[in-house]
Design a protein around this ligand. Structure first.
Ligand code: HEM
Length: 444
């Protein structure tokens, strides 16, 4: 017999909002807030609610439960089959644009793919897939992207002192992002990147968002870059990719920008931190370089163990801690009818670290990914129809950056102190992360 989905008690909902949704909101939904991230990392060991959700599951004896997220009654889905069903049926009937996400994202990228539905989503997805070469492991312009990465790292390491910290990754990835998206000449247009960050900082507020004074300036510059797109850039592909009146090309670009310059920068730095704090992993990564000298896109693509390290960093510390959906019609989940208009939540932060269903949840195990590139239990890059359209590109860039850095030196993680024999902490404090850099290897 199918059990009705329980609704958690008011005190449990309040505890969840105060203990987990409030910190999640303050840390920055769209762009990172350094003050609050550092604050919560000091005072809150489990902001991803791993222990809290485990207790809720035990108490209500269910892998589905309704809980309030602020004022919205939301269905949390922990059941792996349910998660697969939701992700395989996005964006219809599981639309990826619940109210808060649409409001926040529309502030800086109205018409973006991720907040589109129906025919508009199909049209924009088609365009994004063509430019990002989603179906291919190696992007047709990978050679240009690789050159941008090598030059960026050459300039970084030439001026690097004893320590490598978040600001270096931030700077490096801004430069790489601008070059990959708009071309070589655009690589120093940090004003454009800063303008997007300013818009996203405003979006973090989610409420009371009027049109920003940055908006028109930001898009005017995007249009200029599209007109002057450099050879071998994503912008230069936009002209040839299938687009129609509904595609809204300029509105697709901010997603590529923030996903590369902030999300990917964060994940790449964390992956490097995990590699150098796990001697066996670093050994295997360097062994892989012996087999596939990572100086060409084809060889970089072959670095499967390194790719596993990056996927593990994303699994352990998912930069998208939750995926939200809203049903556009009634649907059935776990044998229960879910009414149209229900907000559905997939808690990556919990699912990825649930040691009751996965005893290795807190351990860095890159080999898990050697045989596969996806697993519906782990949705840091999402899965199903609305899987990250930049997945292959993101993995390629991260591998190229880490390989190029490791070829140029040795890194010792000074902060945070990660112990390879103990479960990893639930959070990684990016702003406090610090590597000591030793230029002991011969530069290429
Ligand atoms: C480590 C880096 C990245 C992570 C962790 C990541 C993660 C994700 C996730 C979780 C989604 C699904 C969001 C949802 O369904 O609510 C998504 C969608 C998307 N990502 Fe990424 N992403 C990354 C890098 C990139 C890059 C580099 C690009 C492009 C250059 C990109 C482009 C997209 C696009 C266009 C979508 C929307 C797909 C759709 O709605 O159909 N991502 N990404």
């Amino acid at each position: 017999m199918v059990r009705t989905i329980p609704t958690v008690s008011v005190p449990d909902s309040v505890a969840f909002n105060l203990g987990h949704i409030l910190p999640y909101y303050l840390r920055g939904i769209f762009t990172k807030n350094e003050f609050w991230i550092s604050f919560w990392n000091k005072v809150h060991r489990d902001p991803l609610a791993v222990n809290f959700i485990r207790r809720i599951r035990q108490k209500y004896k269910s892998d589905y439960f309704y809980i309030y997220l602020l004022r919205t009654k939301s269905l949390v889905v922990l059941d792996p089959d349910g998660i697969r069903h939701v992700l395989d049926h996005s964006p219809l009937p599981y639309a990826a644009d619940p109210d808060l996400k649409r409001r926040g994202m529309s502030h800086f990228q109205p018409n973006a793919l991720t907040i589109s539905r129906g025919a508009e989503w199909k049209d924009r997805r088609h365009f994004n897939e063509a430019v990002l070469a989603s179906g291919q492991r190696i992007h047709p312009y990978a050679i240009h992207f690789h050159r941008a990465i090598e030059q960026g790292i050459e300039s970084l390491t030439a001026n690097l002192g004893q320590y490598l910290v978040w600001d270096h990754f931030d700077h490096l990835f801004k430069r790489i992002t601008l070059e990959i998206i708009f071309g070589h000449e655009a690589r120093d247009d940090t004003a454009l990147a800063d303008r997007l960050t300013a818009l996203m900082r405003e979006s973090n507020r989610v409420f009371l968002l009027g049109k920003s004074k940055e908006f028109d300036l930001f898009y005017a510059r995007i249009r200029q870059h599209l007109r002057a797109a450099g050879n071998g850039s994503l912008a230069s592909m936009c002209k040839h990719a299938p687009s129609t009146g509904v595609t809204k090309v300029e509105n697709q670009i901010p997603h590529w920008m923030f996903a590369t310059m902030e999300t990917l920068a964060t994940n790449t730095m964390r992956a490097l931190a995990l590699i150098v704090s796990h001697p066996d992993a670093e050994y295997r990564v360097r062994q892989e370089f012996q087999q596939y000298d990572p100086r060409t896109p084809e060889k970089i693509d072959r670095l499967n163990y390194l790719e596993g390290c990056i996927q593990e960093a994303m699994r352990l510390w998912p930069t998208t801690p939750m995926l939200t959906r809203q049903t556009t019609r009634d649907d059935v989940l776990g044998g229960n009818t879910i009414p149209s208009g229900t907000q559905v939540v997939i808690l990556n932060g919990f699912n990825h670290r649930d040691w009751e269903t996965n005893p290795h949840a807190g351990t860095f195990r890159p080999e898990f990914w050697l045989e596969k590139r996806s697993d519906y239990r782990f949705n840091h890059l999402s899965n199903g129809t609305q899987v990250c359209a930049g997945k292959s590109l993101a993995l390629f860039i991260a591998k190229a950056v880490i390989a190029t850095l490791l070829l140029r030196g040795r890194y010792v993680l000074r902060k945070p102190r990660l112990n390879s024999r103990r479960p990893l902490p639930f959070q990684c404090d990016d702003f406090a992360t610090c590597f000591e850099y030793f230029r002991t290897f011969h530069a290429p």
